[in-house]
Design a binder for this molecule. Structure first.
Ligand SMILES: [Zn+2]
Length: 411
């Protein structure tokens, strides 16, 4: 059955916005976009602006039951990591089930904010129930930790298993996430990159997140050294000093897609390197999490000026009050008013979908793409619709189904 919708404004992200457009949908996919007069069968949505469903490039949904971030605002990052480890230890005996409930809830929360796909960092144990019956597509990137020599081989084998697992749900695709420089041997990063390249998997790694991380790499000292010592995991061979973030960017470059998560402390050289590899590499800025830790200003403007794709993520509710991606967009708009509004949209649609390897289905409104869209109520003939959208809040619509009264309520 073909459904038709006449919308007030259509932001396809693949071309200029269209006023008064008709969308044709069949079997969960966009069939086509037409301009001007629609047939009488079209559902009248002229009080709405529509764009592709949002893509949250980075989150950890197992923390979705937290009602407030862990620790206190402005705390040191290694201190916060200790809080995270403690929280994880608080899961009960049936950890897989408890996590599944939190993840499932996180997907619901995401959908309520117009998000149709997420880059989710997955940890074991994980059950299929976590992602079942959700309107949201999950790019499940299995987290790999690897400083403990006894566990490295097992961790890598599990990442490969996760990547090749025959997910029975159509809303799941897999990827890999070597965690961060302070939790991995370099060989483990290399192995994850080979897996990504060989299997065409997206890869995401926390990198250049804190000054303490830079200190560990450059000097082999600082709060991360203390933390690793306390855990019995520090070995000089892993952190001999004299290393930089650039060394890790070089390791990541051969991946199919490599997303640098955070990139709060990237140098000019590192930004130039990312620009040279902009076809496969991107930086995920998590604005409100960045603010929570009182970091130096994010280099987003330098990155964009050099042509590096920047995408946005909420990160998890352990460092952010909610999973509302649109609030991240609004935060960036407030902090960096010189960034063009249209570029803000790319960061949570097209570029994020590409970074996660789901660009065939998400990120733009074009023939063959998902019929899940983000919709904003607007006043017809409003002079500046994009500004109105940026001041509003989207909801997630599935255009291959009946829109309910709830979907269409404007207040
Ligand atoms: Zn993260």
């Amino acid at each position: 059955m073909i459904r038709q919708y006449r919308v007030g404004w259509l932001f396809t992200i693949s071309g200029t916005p269209i006023q008064d457009a008709t969308l044709l949908v069949e079997d969960g996919r966009i069939l086509g976009v037409e301009e001007g007069e629609a047939g009488p069968a079209a559902t009248d949505l002229r009080n709405w602006a529509v764009m592709p469903a949002l893509v949250n490039a980075h989150t950890h949904l197992e923390f979705s039951h937290l009602t407030q971030p862990l620790g206190t605002e402005g705390m040191s990052f290694p201190q916060w990591i200790t809080e995270v480890i403690r929280y994880r230890q608080g899961f009960g005996e049936d950890i897989a089930r408890e996590k599944a409930v939190a993840i499932h809830d996180g997907l619901k929360q995401s959908a309520s904010h117009g998000v149709g796909a997420v880059g989710e960092i997955a940890t074991l144990p994980l059950t299929e129930a976590s992602y079942a019956q959700s309107d949201v597509h999950v790019v499940s990137l299995l987290e790999v930790l690897g400083l403990d020599p006894d566990r490295v081989t097992q961790g890598l084998a599990r990442a490969e298993e996760h990547a090749l697992y025959p997910w029975s749900q159509p809303n799941v695709s897999a990827g890999v996430s070597p965690h961060a420089p302070y939790s991995l041997k370099r060989e483990v990063v290399e192995h994850c990159v080979s897996l990504s390249a060989a299997k065409g998997l997206p890869l995401a790694m926390h990198l250049a997140e804190t000054t303490q991380e830079l200190e560990l790499l450059e000097e082999g000292t600082g709060p991360f050294r203390v933390m690793l010592d306390n855990m019995g995991l520090f070995r000089t061979e892993d952190f001999p000093g004299g290393r930089r973030v650039l060394d890790y960017l070089k390791l990541l470059a051969p991946a199919y897609r490599a997303m640098v998560v955070h990139g709060n402390y990237l140098s000019e050289h590192e930004i130039a390197f990312l620009a040279e590899h902009a076809e496969t590499m991107s930086v995920c800025y998590c604005p409100r999490t960045h603010a929570y830790f009182h970091h130096d200003p994010h280099p987003i403007e330098e990155l964009l000026a050099q042509g590096v794709p920047v995408v946005l993520g909420t990160d998890s509710r352990s460092s952010n009050p909610d999973l509302n991606l649109w609030k991240e967009v609004q935060h960036v708009q407030r902090e960096f008013p010189d960034i063009p509004e249209s570029q803000l949209l790319n960061m949570v649609t097209r570029d994020a979908a590409f970074a996660l390897g789901i660009e065939d289905v998400f990120g733009t409104i074009e023939r063959g793409k998902s019929a899940r869209v983000a919709a904003f109520p607007i006043v017809p003939d409003t002079p500046d619709v994009l500004s109105a959208m940026l001041a509003g809040q989207p909801r997630l619509w599935n255009l291959d189904g009946e829109l309910s009264e709830f979907d269409l309520a404007t207040a």
